[in-house]
Design a protein around this ligand. Structure first.
Ligand code: GSH
Length: 253
């Protein structure tokens, strides 16, 4: 447990008794930014945003590691209880925000089945995200020695896209084309979509062409459907860009 004593070195900006998001405008950051913006539009939440300069490795400094031992963003620092609560891992942050601030369960579900569906798909993507990260990392390493790695990672990403596309198409179950990943019928926009979308929308950055993606029409439609939401557009906007908002950058003391 974090005691007040162990957190004494945190930057003054985090010491106010509010909810603090530490982020940068990357896919993992964006998913939390989106849920916060969606909750703000629904009048459920207020918070303070702090941008972390990943290039100067602020996330590896002692003060940050005391809050998130993994040294990565996003990080939620809930300083509203008597003893602050630190939440690392983007999917765990989505669940925390949903459970504690989404009082009307707008972005989740009431029934055990649907609630579990949302968690299943949230975890599905949480396991897929590092594969996407590696695919991206190796996508511009073109030497022959990378051929095997590139082929393996690209094929695995395409398999993951096909799992999502088949699910949205209703091919294996339900026989109904879904609008969203979790929930009964056509589904309901939820933390499962929010946790998945910022990564999947970035397929171009992995070197895939539009022709490659034509095999996943339901996935492409879902990407556009989610992209149309105002909360999504604000959540991925320059509001979270440290070059645009240098005053939001937080550093240790
Ligand atoms: N599994 C973590 C991954 C977080 C992650 O990889 N964050 C990246 C940005 S998207 C980061 O902080 N990179 C900087 C670093 O690794 O030092 C999560 O879901 O939150």
């Amino acid at each position: 447990m974090h005691t007040t004593e162990s957190l004494r070195d945190i930057p003054p900006a985090l010491q106010s008794k509010s909810l603090h998001l530490l982020t940068e405008n990357t896919p993992n950051g964006k998913k939390v930014q989106i849920l916060l913006e969606e909750l703000r539009i629904a009048n459920q939440i207020t918070w303070e945003t702090h941008l972390i300069d990943l290039e100067s490795e602020e996330q590896k400094k002692d003060w940050f590691l005391a809050l998130n031992p993994n040294g990565r963003i996003p990080l939620l620092y809930d300083n509203t209880p008597d003893l602050p609560i630190c939440v690392m891992e983007s999917s765990a942050i989505l669940i925390y925000l949903h459970e504690n601030f989404d009082k009307d369960k707008i972005f989740g579900f009431d029934t055990a089945d649907e609630r579990s569906q949302a968690f299943q798909w949230l975890f599905f993507w949480h396991a897929a995200a590092p594969i996407q990260g590696q695919t991206r990392h190796f996508s511009d390493r073109l030497g022959e020695s990378f051929l095997y790695v590139n082929t393996r990672l690209r094929n695995e990403m395409l398999r993951i896209y096909s799992v999502l596309d088949d699910h949205l198409s209703g091919k294996h179950r339900y026989s109904i084309t879904r609008d969203y990943i979790a929930g009964a019928g056509v589904g309901k926009y939820s933390i499962a979509d929010i946790g998945t979308w910022p990564h999947v929308r970035a397929w171009r950055s992995l070197g895939f062409s539009h022709d490659d993606m034509l095999a996943y029409p339901h996935l492409l439609e879902w990407i556009s459907r989610v992209a149309d939401r105002p909360g999504v557009q604000i959540g991925i906007s320059d509001k979270y860009d440290s070059e645009e908002n240098p005053s939001l950058i937080v550093r240790g003391i």
